[in-house]
Design a protein around this ligand. Structure first.
Ligand SMILES: Nc1ncnc2c1ncn2[C@@H]1O[C@H](COP(=O)(O)OP(=O)(O)OP(=O)(O)O)[C@@H](O)[C@H]1O
Length: 242
């Protein structure tokens, strides 16, 4: 079975600054890839290129075999993307926003309503369905973004810090949801929580200063030092020159 996500020699330069530097990896169905790295490492920029929000300076990204630059519509049909931060359209209600997103995806009538209801149920949003997004707490806003990414049951999920701002119970629920969905999808999550990687990821990529420094299972990574934190620090802290 070929990979559902294929990134080949992807780079992004902003002027003279290289944010993502010659990154290559692929993710197959059933894999949950943890994308780790310090602030500013290039995680979100890589995910934005994969989602078609930022144009690569060089290299290619494919979703289910479709190039995200040359064939953006078929590529996005197979992609659910949770961007960093809160959903746009803060004045919309939760169900109004999700219905809007479902219509953009081409769903109408009872199918649209069913998909919105299912996405709200997966993310436990029914209790706030009529509340404007701007009045929600940070964790609920995050879950609205997650619900939006699940509406069309895509084969590929790219989730930028899906548990950011969630309380421990909500974190647990979202991790359980990701685990449940994992067998039928290829999933990338970025996170700063190393325990999350051990808990739900089948593989982890560590990136710093735009470059991939490690690509291994969480177990393999943990063997490289006393703790995963120590391994992460050792990989990502700039080395003093002698
Ligand atoms: N539009 C832009 N113009 C200029 N520089 C940018 C732009 N977008 C991102 N950058 C820079 O690229 C680098 C990588 O940013 P990115 O958001 O991808 O990092 P990240 O790994 O997601 O960080 P964090 O963990 O803090 O979210 C940063 O130095 C950032 O300032």
């Amino acid at each position: 079975m070929s990979a559902l996500i294929e990134i080949d020699r992807l780079s992004k330069r902003f002027g003279a600054f290289t944010a993502v530097d010659d990154v290559s990896f692929s993710v197959a169905k059933g894999e949950v890839l943890g994308f780790l790295g310090p602030n500013g490492a290039g995680k979100s920029t890589t995910m934005k290129m994969l989602a078609g929000f930022v144009t690569p300076s060089s290299g290619t990204a494919r979703i289910c075999g479709e190039d995200v630059v040359d064939r953006p519509v078929p590529a996005k049909r197979n992609l659910g993307y949770l961007p960093e931060g809160a959903p746009t359209y803060p004045e919309m209600t939760v169900s109004g926003f999700l219905a809007f997103a479902a219509r953009v995806r081409g769903f109408r009538g009872s199918e649209m309503r069913d998909r919105v209801a299912h996405a709200m149920s997966l993310t436990t949003l029914e209790g706030v369905r009529l509340q404007p997004i701007e009045t929600l707490s940070k964790g609920f806003k995050r879950r609205v973004g997650l619900a939006q990414s699940l509406l069309h049951d895509p084969q590929v999920l790219v989730l930028d810090e899906p548990t950011d701002g969630l309380d421990p119970n909500q974190k647990h629920e979202v991790r359980r949801l990701i685990e449940q969905m994992a067998p039928s999808k290829a999933i990338i999550i970025s996170t700063h929580i190393l325990e999350e990687v051990s808990a739900i990821c089948t593989r982890a990529i560590v990136i710093a200063r735009g470059k991939v420094l490690a690509d291994a299972t969480p177990k393999e990574l943990s063997y490289r030092g006393p703790t995963l934190d120590a391994v992460f620090r050792d990989l990502t802290m700039p080395k003093e020159s002698a």
